[in-house]
Design a protein around this ligand. Structure first.
Ligand code: ZN
Length: 158
């Protein structure tokens, strides 16, 4: 058995947390270096045991908990702000996309002339809207992203 293995076990042995097994006991009996180290560790343990245990200052727990609560509140404020800014940007992007879709597809003009919709206007509308499908898909993706961020932020806070 190596001295390093025994030296690793000395601290718990000196503290009474570990009973030396046969191999360690045999090594300690034959190795004066490790036996002296064990004596040192036992002496140190006794000195530490004899020292008075310092008491925590009054209101230590309540003060610590208050600080923890304050820190957590700040984190939540930060998360809230980030979430609101992100949501605002996403909403802006969605509104921009919708405006673009309406503008490009001519829906604005169509709504002004709603009667035309009832006839062949519907067919024309479908033809006009078809090329803007990718824009709708983009807007939907943005909405899904916003909902995803919302879900994530709510989960972080709870
Ligand atoms: Zn040794």
């Amino acid at each position: 058995m190596l001295c390093t293995e025994v030296l690793d076990a000395l601290e718990p042995i000196a503290a009474g947390e570990l009973t030396p097994d046969d191999r360690i006991a045999a090594h300690l009996a034959s190795c004066p270096h490790c036996a002296a180290a064990l004596e040192d560790a036992r002496r140190l343990e006794q000195i530490l045991q004899a020292r008075p245990m310092p008491r925590a200052p009054a209101q230590f727990t309540s003060r610590t908990m208050a600080r923890v609560r304050r820190a957590r509140w700040r984190t939540e404020q930060f998360l809230d702000l980030g979430f609101n800014v992100t949501l605002g940007l996403v909403l802006l992007a969605i509104l921009g996309s919708v405006w673009l879709v309406l503008h490009r597809s001519g829906l604005v003009a169509v709504s002004n002339d709603a009667v035309a919709l009832l006839g062949t206007g519907l067919v024309t509308l479908a033809r006009r809207v078809a090329p803007t499908v990718p824009l709708y898909a983009g807007a939907t993706a943005l909405l899904v992203t916003a909902l995803g961020i919302w879900w994530w932020a709510e989960r972080e806070l709870t």
